[in-house]
Design a protein around this ligand. Sequence first.
Ligand code: HEC
Ligand code: HEC
Length: 526
Amino acid sequence: MKRKLRSGMSASLLAVAACVALHSPHSLAARDAQTILKETCQGCHTPEADNALSRISHQRKTPEGWLMSIARMQTMHGLQISDEDRRTLVKYLADTQGLAPSETDGVRYAMERRLNTVEQFDEKTSQMCGRCHSGARVALQRRPAQEWERLVNFHLGQWPSLEYQALARDRDWFDIARKEMVPLLAKRYPLDNPAWKKWQSVAPKSDALVGDWSFSGHVPGKGELAGVMSVTVDGSDTFKVSVKGQYADGTPFNGDGSAILYTGYEWRGNVTIDGVTMRQVFAAQGNAMQGRMFEAEHDERGLDFVAAKQGSSRLLAVQPGYLKAGSETEVTLIGSGLTGKPNFGKGVEVVEVVEQSADRIKVKLKAAANAQPGLREVTLGTLKGPSLSVYNKIDAVKVVPEFSVARIGEGGGSTPKVQGRFDAEAWGKGADGKPYRIGVFPAQWKVEAFDDRAKEDDDVKFAGTMQADAGVFTPGDAGPNPARKMSTNNAGNLKVIAAVDDEGKSLTGEGHMIVTVQRWNSPPIP
Ligand code: HEC
Ligand code: HEC
């Protein structure tokens, strides 16, 4: 497999070729990584032809995936390695044995730490592999059959009781894993994939990312924001970053930090916004960056982020993205290279251009009383992308996320609480009778007992507090609570209820939140 992948090239040649393609540091850093591999890994991993090492040279994964493997070598196998050497290795391995952007499609939520994602895998993968960790952890790796098989063997060897736990008693886990999962995984996630080869030859230079980026974001429980992120070079594949933005209500969103680029597109930043360190996990490709930015200590607090490089022409967002028929409102178009007058379709008229620059256009809109309800494409010359929804009345309210997990914490312990963060989405009914999303509305929030058990145990009283005007739930303290039955902890099972006002009529939506114990083990890929 290795020979096929490298088509006869030696590993060091490949390393140099990949470095040239990725424009990562000169071969010096690559040699450094080679030295580290020889000196710290080769003791256990057998050298093979073409400068390869057993196991290590036959897998591809994300920077987080490589970090987890090496960290496991430290915690389980006694590997000694400095943090600096580990950083060098992760960078080198992610660059030379990473995933192509398309290979991460649909599973980036795991790296972006969207921990409330309800995964969609086939039944077998979910039951066999998704009971202990995310299915994304599997989908973010590429291996030949033999390496998938060794991974299965490692699971059972490392956790011999696996077949008796994790609800696995209902099946012959090992047999199914070897006979059915291995071929399936090797076919679905093969080491050898043209997409990776192609990416290695087309990956742009990292300095293509230098410049100003116009961005748009949305923070659940807080609202929309926009601004400019400036990127300057600070070494090879490393950058200085400065963010200047503001929320729709004018609150500033400013800060500075640094970032590093793995695999030619995996942007990982650390930016301190108003004294709080936030991580950036973006895919940076061409003139577009997209992903999530979240607090380092509280990954549940974060924003969806999308950015366009200044100098390119792109329409990113319309804030807010909705308008009531028969009313007037101001909306802002965010993007780059914006010129001209936007068009919002029939029945929505631009009354006034309030403000206009290449990054944003603020307009006052008027929707005719008979404007057709539904989603309409917003266009600006040839640019399009975002939509505007026009509505008559709100038909339904949805709590997002519909199902979520919050966690108790602190209470004398070092693990922080994990909050619940919610949005109330209004939905309308189109002329065709089909539901469409209007957008996020302000709401009044509360929690209720999810079932009789929760009622009997008074979960509402103990599990935490919902901020009535913001959809932010802060769980109770960790540890036993003498005020509860049998001094149990402050866990609970709750309904999350949002009430949205539509001209005097209140509509409610309902979600489900489990308030549970601390996450003791929080690896980079859940
Ligand atoms: C003390 C022995 C030891 C050292 C040193 C060591 N490893 Fe390992 N490695 C193992 C063993 C044992 C396994 C198989 C069990 C497992 O996967 O944990 C393994 C497996 C692996 C795997 C395959 C994991 C998988 O998911 O299939 C990778 C990748 C790896 N090692 C990387 C490294 C790297 C990189 C280094 C050097 C920084 C290193 N190892 C150093 C013992 C070691
Ligand atoms: C009994 C629980 C359990 C089950 C079932 C399970 N895993 Fe794991 N898996 C783990 C644990 C624990 C780790 C190690 C995490 C760490 O290194 O921090 C792991 C690690 C992994 C890794 C990362 C290995 C590396 O170093 O790159 C992959 C990939 C993986 N599992 C795939 C699978 C697949 C595929 C299946 C189904 C065939 C599966 N897992 C089933 C518990 C489980």
